[in-house]
Design a binder for this molecule. Structure first.
Ligand SMILES: CC(C)(COP(=O)(O)OP(=O)(O)OC[C@H]1O[C@@H](n2cnc3c(N)ncnc32)[C@H](O)[C@@H]1OP(=O)(O)O)[C@@H](O)C(=O)NCCC(=O)NCCS
Length: 306
């Protein structure tokens, strides 16, 4: 048996990567299309760049590690080692090579949870081997978050709430490509570049998956869906400007997105990386589907970590 050989992955490796990840994470559904979006997107969110390293042995792909970095921060993304090759240091070696290739400005590392393009918003603690692995690498859990699921058996009626909002001067409508200047100003002031990037992805669909609430030409809130992970019935992001919170805008925007997903044939919607659970539970009966633990560490490990 030859020693594992490590090299950057290319889109031509998507077949082997899909097979490796599907075997390593049997509870997930990985298609090549979804993995292309996660690993080799046409564009990374602003300021970010990504790579994938893979380990090969005797012509077989036996391990992979995704890395994404911005100026100050890096992310260890999707990772997997073939079951027959585990506990031989392959994942540790791949992770170290990914980290070593980042610029010196990167000082903090997080596991998964890559804003703007993520498969998982943290580590599912049921992946206990992976949990042990990241803790062995010195990562510490600092927060958790959840994915919610909402049933789409019935459409959510929006008329009554929209009439009430209209009386207060608020109009809710689907975004059009002409709204771009408005979006740039709004995200610049409120929610930042990552969410502008995600909101713009909504225009990749023939019918933009983005709904807006406006008053006197001013954008007050937005909600999007299907910007990534489309096969899941994927909601988000959404946000209401702080000054406009409490009017019921977010609820109506959410209903429009879930109605779109229902009309597209989804039976349920994933509301990921939450956040305000009670808002979604009250508005659409969403319930917790998965829990994720967020892990981070300094790039340079403290002596006590080793
Ligand atoms: C997580 C994973 C990539 C680790 O790969 P690996 O090549 O076996 O890991 P390494 O051999 O480099 O392990 C390094 C250290 O991590 C710890 N570790 C790794 N796997 C472990 C396990 N199953 N149980 C306990 N500790 C573990 C150990 O401390 C290990 O060092 P040691 O073997 O000297 O004791 C692999 O278990 C895997 O593919 N799991 C399924 C996919 C997954 O859950 N991915 C995470 C979400 S994307």
């Amino acid at each position: 048996m030859s020693a594992p050989h490590v090299r950057p992955a290319r889109p031509e490796d998507l077949g082997a990567l899909t097979a490796l990840l599907s075997d390593a994470l049997p509870g997930e559904h990985f298609s090549q299309e979804l993995l292309r979006e996660k690993l080799f997107p046409d564009a990374w969110p602003p300021g970010k760049d990504g790579t994938v390293l893979l380990a090969e042995q005797d012509g077989q792909v036996i391990g992979m590690q995704q890395g994404v970095h911005a100026r100050d921060k890096g992310w260890l993304g999707l990772m997997a080692v073939a079951a027959s090759a585990r506990r031989r240091g392959i994942a540790r070696g791949l992770a170290q090579q990914v980290i070593d290739a980042w610029p010196e400005t990167v000082s903090e590392i997080e596991v998964l949870a890559i804003p703007g393009n993520y498969f998982y918003p943290g580590l599912d603690p049921r992946l206990t081997g992976a949990l042990c692995f990241v803790e062995a690498l010195g990562f510490e859990r600092f927060r958790d978050c959840v994915n919610l699921v909402a049933g789409l058996e019935h459409p959510f009626p929006t008329d009554a709430e929209e009439t009430r909002l209209a009386a207060a001067g608020v109009r809710v409508r689907r975004a059009t490509p002409d709204d771009d200047d408005l979006l740039v100003r709004f995200f610049d002031a409120q929610f930042g570049a990552d969410w502008l990037y995600e909101a713009r992805l909504a225009f990749a669909n023939p019918q933009p998956c983005l709904h807006l609430a406006l008053r006197d030409g001013e954008l007050l809130g937005f909600s999007a869906h299907s910007t990534q992970n489309r096969a899941w019935g994927f909601f988000g992001p959404m946000g209401t400007a702080p000054a406009a919170r409490g009017l019921g805008i977010g609820r109506v925007l959410l209903w429009h997105c879930l109605n779109d997903l229902r009309a597209e044939g989804h039976r349920s919607a994933v509301i990921p990386w939450v956040g305000p659970i009670s808002f979604y539970h009250l508005a659409v009966g969403a319930v917790v589907e998965r829990v994720f633990w967020r892990y981070r560490r300094d790039r340079v490990r403290k002596k006590a970590d080793h």
